[in-house]
Write a protein that binds this ligand. Structure first.
Ligand SMILES: C[S@@+](CC[C@H](N)C(=O)[O-])C[C@H]1O[C@@H](n2cnc3c(N)ncnc32)[C@H](O)[C@@H]1O
Length: 209
């Protein structure tokens, strides 16, 4: 971490022991631990969920559960969070930390392919955090927008895709193609207002008008 990143992290609400233990266990046991949101983005997600007083949150891409815990901690007292993860091997670690955080009754974890599961969910989400398969971002956008309530917010992670969105495109790079198409669809959508925040790998903040 460079000094500026360190300074930014030192001026965000810090991780508690539970999130720190999850961060450590993820780094010890997982192949791609950097996928986890971390202190700054986690604090941001909790902050936005609290500011919106979100009651119904959807997350696409649970991984080990870090961002789900942050979002759930921010949501309203009677709020519920649904999180979708295709890798069933991650269910155990996420469930364990949801329980440690006392959130086991407020987070529902669905295991399966997000594109198949999203259409089965009831509508009216206050907040959606999109953080799964980049190739499918355009499809997720089409599926999710009708399920967000008016004034609700979608946050999509990794929309700068490590800078690849402005580099020469390799024709078989399906992830970058997915991210580029998603960003363009959001930009052109008449029913959405959006701000691309350069936080970490880029967060597309979308509000449904
Ligand atoms: C970047 S990680 C999520 C990180 C997590 N949101 C956090 O901040 O701690 C992306 C996750 O999406 C999952 N995923 C990828 N494709 C998926 C799909 N088609 N359906 C559901 N989950 C998927 C991956 O298995 C991975 O755990």
């Amino acid at each position: 971490m460079n000094p500026l990143e360190q300074y930014i992290q030192q001026h965000c609400t810090p991780e508690d022991e539970i999130l720190h233990a999850l961060y450590r266990e993820t780094h010890l046991k997982m192949m791609h631990p950097r996928m986890l949101s971390g202190v700054v983005q986690g604090a941001f997600l909790q902050w936005i969920a609290a500011t919106l007083e979100a009651k119904k949150i959807l997350e696409i891409g649970t991984f080990t559960g870090y961002s789900a815990i942050c979002l759930a901690r921010g949501m309203a007292k009677d709020g519920q969070l649904i999180t979708i993860e295709k890798n069933e091997e991650l269910e155990n670690i996420a469930q364990r930390y949801f329980a440690k955080a006392g959130l086991q009754n407020r987070i529902q974890q669905h295991i399966g392919d997000a594109a198949a599961l999203i259409p089965t969910l009831d509508a009216d989400f206050d907040l959606v955090f999109l953080d799964a398969d980049k190739k499918q971002y355009p499809l997720y956008l089409e599926q999710i927008v009708p399920k967000i309530k008016k004034g609700g917010v979608l946050i999509a992670d990794n929309v700068l895709w490590n800078g690849k969105v402005v580099e020469p495109l390799k024709p078989n790079d399906k992830d970058t193609i997915g991210v580029l198409k998603f960003n363009q669809m959001v930009q052109n959508h008449p029913g959405l207002e959006n701000v691309l925040l350069p936080l970490r790998d880029g967060l597309m903040m979308v509000r449904k008008k």
